[in-house]
Design a protein around this ligand. Structure first.
Ligand code: AMP
Length: 623
């Protein structure tokens, strides 16, 4: 089992020791245009989307009314009647600064402001909102839809994000969850969730290369995944954040405008044409012909479209997605023939021409299109939540290490070898040396955590590298290797490279760390950041001071003949002062005494050096 990411323990109440079956298992797809919430049916073990008024889709639209804030379907209607107080596409702003998004700002109907280069804010009704706050409104709505339908408290959730989201965008999503009163068990990639919905990655023996093609209303993404032993590795991801089904609608509208030689259009005419265009597109996914009479400029207009016409007008848009797929393939250094499965995500993949084009691009791939492409991501998120809740103990899902792994170095400091969020499996090597002459054993203490001092982290094991041949301090080269294997077990090996002496240990703590503990440890690492840094500098200065005293004493012993008793007494005096400062843990005093000792001993070191050079030269003949 995975000891560092003990997902199976998350839903266990540590105090009572009971598994909290009552809390609902929830997956959330927080989308640019639409969001969904899904859970698991315990009888069938299958995921399903929770619906409100028979609809699973909650538009990611927020309306700021005079009295209250409305999210979803009702808010979407306000886009036409009260656009100034209605927000959409908030996801595009997540984790971004003003400068990141200012170029796109003309495509948004709302005003964004520069908060001194920190995260962008949105101005509405003289109030400023961060995208995190705005997303939390959407999450709160999903939470209440879930709570109403399931009659259970919604707390622990898995939220999906695009694979290309960076750390700050992921963090912003996590924060939005927190603000909505949710306990975000994990943020997972949308393509990973979609693959999970099709059962990909659930079989530990399976090894597959999968493409996830996601064409929504306004965005396009392609991700190439390598799924091996339950590990999802994103080989490459590519996309266009302004390419999608909306472009199909515009292309249809332009086709009609040309066909009917329309020259003048009011805003509402344009709106009506766009809605009709979308309707035509959707109908043509299952029918071969579309016709409708609409009122444009107070006159009847009969618009028609057949499958072939539709395919002609949208071909250039589909071609753009195909060329992005080719870029993703070349980034992953993989041929299209290597793709074994394709997962379709996003409403626009219902268009038959899109499916055909994908099959042509990936000739040997099985196309997975049976699950509703609007729901597939949320359904997969619910499966992940179920695994994390410990309800599928047969499954092993590994992805990243939740906490850093490292070892104790001199002064009680934590030296991180595998940082938190490293992919599993992971391996890292680092060289160390001894701090004392003739040291033949080296104690290796392994810790997990984010704090600077090992005393604040969790010890997970120890071993001693024995039998290092006696050498002066700093000469042995001890190479340490940390390896987390696919089972999440840490193997630490140490080898002294000059002598070949080696030792290895497999660390299997009896228990893992619960998500709450991880959260606490991360929170502490933030709140103690300053005092940790102070402790670290004190520890570093203390180590430096002790090493300097050790080296000075050795220097005095070896070079007594070149020093006067007065010099030796003065050196002893400064060393005593330095020892007192160490005992008092006074960092500034330690630093100034180190300086003083260095100052005073420098001329002797130079004298000894001169002596040694002249001794060396006297034995040699210079021609
Ligand atoms: P999403 O952002 O994933 O909800 O995708 C919404 C997009 O899917 C919109 O552009 C819709 O017009 C489009 N869409 C929904 N249903 C269909 C359909 N049956 N055929 C073609 N496109 C559709």
């Amino acid at each position: 089992m995975n000891i560092f990411a003990p997902m199976a323990k998350i839903s266990i109440d540590i105090n009572s020791g009971t598994i909290q079956k009552e809390s609902a298992v929830i997956g959330i797809d927080l989308g640019t245009t639409n969001s969904l919430i899904a859970t698991i049916n315990y009888k069938t073990q299958k995921p399903y989307c929770i619906t409100k008024n028979n609809k699973s889709i909650v538009p990611s639209t927020i309306y700021f009314g005079e009295q209250n804030i409305i999210v979803g379907e009702e808010a979407s209607k306000k886009l036409i009647t009260d656009p100034n107080n209605t927000l959409y596409s908030i996801k595009r702003l997540m984790g971004k600064s003003y400068h990141d998004v200012v170029e796109q700002s003309n495509q948004l109907n709302y005003q964004i402001i520069d908060n001194q280069d920190k995260l962008v804010q949105v101005k509405i009704n003289d109030r400023f909102y961060t995208p995190i706050e705005l997303s939390s409104f959407i999450l709160k709505e999903l939470k209440s839809v879930g709570a109403d339908q399931l009659n259970k408290e919604i707390q622990k959730v898995v939220i999906t994000v695009p694979a290309y989201f960076d750390d700050s965008q992921r963090q912003a999503t996590r924060d939005a969850g927190k603000l909505a009163g949710l306990d975000v068990l994990r943020i997972i990639n949308e393509p990973t969730a979609a693959s999970l919905a099709y059962g990909l990655g659930l079989d530990k023996e399976e090894s597959k290369i999968v493409a996830v093609y996601d064409l929504g209303g306004g965005t396009f993404d392609i991700s190439i995944l390598n799924i091996q032993q339950g590990i999802f590795e994103v080989l490459s991801t590519n996309g266009d954040t302004h390419l999608g089904g909306d472009d199909f609608d515009h292309a249809i509208v332009n086709h009609w405008i040309t066909q009917h030689s329309i020259t003048k259009l009011t805003n509402s005419d344009r709106q009506l044409l766009r809605i009709t265009g979308e309707q035509a597109k959707k109908e043509l996914s299952s029918n071969s012909k579309f016709k409708k009479t609409i009122q444009i400029s107070n006159k009847d207009l009969k618009v028609t479209l057949n499958r072939e016409e539709l395919e002609n007008v949208i071909q250039p848009i589909i071609d753009r997605t195909i060329s992005i797929c080719n870029n993703a393939l070349s980034d992953a250094d993989i041929s299209a023939y290597k793709i074994q499965e394709v997962v379709l995500v996003g409403g626009s993949t219902r268009t038959p021409k899109v499916k055909n084009s994908i099959q042509n691009l990936f000739p040997d791939a099985k196309i997975n299109d049976q699950i509703n492409p609007d729901e597939v991501v949320a359904l997969g998120a619910a499966i992940e939540a179920d695994i994390l809740a410990g309800n599928r103990t047969d499954l092993l899902l590994l992805d990243v290490t939740p906490l850093s792994l490292g070892l104790e170095t001199i002064g009680g400091l934590m030296d991180v070898l595998i940082p938190r969020n490293s992919k599993v499996p992971s391996q890292l090597k680092k060289e160390y040396t001894t701090s004392v002459d003739g040291q033949i054993n080296l104690a290796i203490n392994v810790y997990q955590g984010e704090r600077e001092m090992i005393a604040d982290n969790r010890k997970i094991g120890e071993f001693i590298l024995k039998g290092i041949p006696s050498m002066p301090a700093g000469i042995p080269k001890v190479e340490l290797t940390f390896l987390i294997n696919t089972d999440g077990i840490l193997q630490v090996s140490a080898m002294e490279l000059r002598s070949g002496v080696s030792q290895e240990v497999t660390l299997k703590p009896q228990y893992g760390i619960t998500d709450q503990e991880i959260k606490n440890m991360l929170q502490e690492s933030l709140s103690f950041a300053q005092s940790d840094m102070d402790k670290r500098s004190l520890a570093e200065s203390t180590t430096e001071a002790k090493q300097l005293i050790y080296a000075t004493q050795k220097f005095i012993r070896e070079n007594k003949a070149l020093l006067t008793p007065k010099d030796i007494a003065k050196l002893d005096e400064i060393m005593q002062g330095l020892t007192q400062c160490i005992n008092k843990k006074d960092q500034n005093a330690i630093s100034s005494h180190i300086e003083k000792l260095n100052e005073f001993s420098r001329p002797f070191a130079e004298k000894v050096m001169d002596h040694q050079i002249s001794k060396a030269l006297s034995g040699k003949k210079i021609n």
